[in-house]
Design a protein around this ligand. Structure first.
Ligand code: MCA
Ligand code: AMP
Length: 506
């Protein structure tokens, strides 16, 4: 028996081959049969060009039906799909294609002038462009070939995808996810969230992260549902399409932005049976206001790239603000002290996870993988939380300085390194401060010579760091607070400046 997750998808959508799958406003709707066929033609091109199972296909492409077809093509051919955030700069992309040892690199036609040379430098064998309107060299080549309808037989542990996730030190690590990881998580979510006939998913998420690519899309595919596939989150678009949907998944910023529209309310949500939130903490105030305005209680769940979704509030039963619910079926969660010993109920400790959802490791970093695994096979998430006596989990923080801004992770060190390269900058401390829109906003505390301006700093990093990593506030200080050991006290900066973004007129 093959464990290729595409076989599972195909079994589910086969009886519904001619039903709409991806519906993008202003574009023709694609059925499951359409995307199945497109993926088979893309798979044919990749095979004819010499790609072999296990090769990495790195893609920095806009959200589109063809992007999904490329993802499916990789699955069916046993290639490892490596999606990249479209906000990454050419310099950042260069790192990823080099680290992944990409055999193929797919990018948007509009970025070819910048990215083709980056691919050349990295020695990538095959490069293609893929646009949002069935254009680009890959789409053109796929239109000329016969579909390759075979699906490679896979073992459960074969790697299906690799998603980059930043580290506290150094550069991002590629988290390898197997066909079995993806299948187990998709099936569990499809079941616990009670996907049913007639469900229509409103999909405003990006498709280069676990949330949009796996959590949202896999539930819909396993249900052979129609997906309203928006290119990005926009309040007016989402309000316009909510009445055609039954489920929406989002990051907390989506919900706070909807609430910021005074006209948004219960009428928009009359057809919806479930809203889910995750990737960052959902503020209890947003959770409550959403219920007051719409009558819906958002179902908050908790996950991470290395594990997919770990816990979820229950579809039936109480959803409690500030908690992330119960472990998914077959997933074990425990809260431990520094010696990996489980703590008592309601006590705070490190959250650890074990189960079929947990990744096998980081690409070419076996030591890092081992460091994060306990002797009895639990993965140390780095999140801090507590579990009630019935297992309900609450996340209270993280044991790293990682910032989550609008659902994207930002590692302070990466930003500090870039800022400290600017002439006249003595030192910096980058922290996340409460932000009314993004949950946390990136703020840089800077010690510099008097002639260094904010504009100098902004200009220096403009092409080096993705926009979402660039500080939204620069605060020039004479020195940074340090403890007796000389370590910068970021907690003190966060506490003393917690109102910084609230005071700005955003
Ligand atoms: C865009 N910008 C951001 C962010 N996104 N700045 C900080 N944080 C962000 N998240 C910047 C842009 O560069 C730009 O800067 C300005 O904000 C507006 O850009 P635009 O493209 O219009 O973006 P936006 O509409 O404001 O986007 C915000 C967003 C988006 C809608 C919240 O970031 C988003 O869809 N986030 C979802 C992330 C996600 O899917 N995370 C899942 C990963 P300027 O104004 O200066 O030009 S986590 C995961 O997968 C785990 C497993 C899990 O649990 O789910
Ligand atoms: P990523 O590395 O992008 O997959 O982000 C995973 C991290 O997002 C987790 O380790 C958590 O810190 C955070 N996260 C995801 N969902 C939630 C949630 N519902 N509440 C709090 N933090 C969350």
């Amino acid at each position: 028996m093959s464990h290729n997750i595409f076989e599972l998808f195909a079994q589910r959508f086969a009886p519904h081959h001619d039903t709409p799958f991806l519906s993008t406003p202003g574009e023709p709707s694609y059925t499951y049969a359409d995307i199945d066929r497109r993926s088979a033609t893309i798979a044919a091109v990749l095979a004819e060009d010499g790609l072999r199972p296990g090769d990495r296909v790195v893609a920095q492409i806009e959200k589109s039906a063809d992007a999904v077809a490329l993802y499916w093509a990789c699955l069916r051919a046993g290639l490892v799909y490596v999606p990249l955030n479209t906000a990454y700069t050419a310099e950042e992309v260069g790192y990823f294609i080099g680290d992944a040892e990409a055999t193929a690199f797919v990018f948007s036609p509009g970025k070819a002038a910048k990215l083709q040379p980056i691919g050349d430098i990295a020695g990538v064998e095959r490069m293609y462009t893929l646009g949002t309107r069935a254009n680009g060299t890959l789409a053109e080549a796929a239109a000329q070939v016969a579909p390759r309808t075979t699906v490679l037989a896979c073992e459960p542990e074969d790697v299906a995808c690799m998603l980059y996730t930043s580290g506290t030190t150094g550069r991002s690590k590629g988290a390898m996810l197997t066909h079995a990881n993806l299948a187990s998580n998709g099936l569990a979510l499809h079941a616990i969230w009670r996907f049913q006939d007639g469900d229509v998913l409103l999909h405003p998420l990006p498709i280069f992260h676990v949330h949009g690519l796996f959590v949202a899309l896999h539930c819909a595919i396993l249900n052979a549902s129609n997906v309203i596939f928006l290119s990005k989150f926009d309040v007016d678009d989402v309000r316009g399409y909510l009445p055609s949907a039954t489920v929406m998944m989002g990051v907390p910023t989506y919900y706070s932005r909807l609430l910021a529209d005074p006209d948004f309310g219960a009428d928009d949500c009359a057809t919806i049976r479930m809203f889910t939130s995750g990737s960052a903490p959902l503020a209890p105030s947003v959770f409550r206001e959403f219920t007051l305005r719409t009558g819906h209680t958002i179902c908050e769940r908790y996950g991470m790239t290395e594990c997919g979704i770990i816990t979820s509030n229950p579809p039936e039963g109480q959803r409690i603000a500030g908690t992330v619910g119960y472990p998914l079926p077959k997933v074990e969660v425990r809260v431990c002290d520094d010696d990996d010993e489980p703590v008592e109920a309601d006590e705070i400790g490190g959250v650890q996870v074990k189960g079929p959802n947990v990744f096998p490791g980081y690409w070419q970093l076996p030591d890092k993988t081992t460091e994060l695994m306990t002797d009895d096979g639990f993965f140390r998430t780095g999140d801090i939380g507590s579990a009630a006596s019935d297992g309900r989990l609450t996340i209270v923080g993280r044991n790293s300085d990682m910032i989550i801004s609008g659902g994207y992770n930002v590692y302070p060190k990466e930003v500090e390194i870039q800022l400290e390269e600017v002439d006249g900058v003595v030192e910096t401390a980058v922290v996340g401060l409460p932000h009314p829109d993004f949950g946390e906003g990136v703020a840089a505390f800077v010690v510099a010579k008097p002639d260094v301006t904010e504009a100098d700093l902004r200009d220096a990093i403009a092409d080096r760091l993705a926009k979402f990593k660039q500080p939204k506030a620069y605060i020039f200080v004479d020195d940074l607070p340090r403890n007796a050991m000389g370590k910068v006290q970021k907690a003190a900066l966060r506490a003393d400046h917690s109102e910084a973004f609230a005071l700005l007129d955003l």
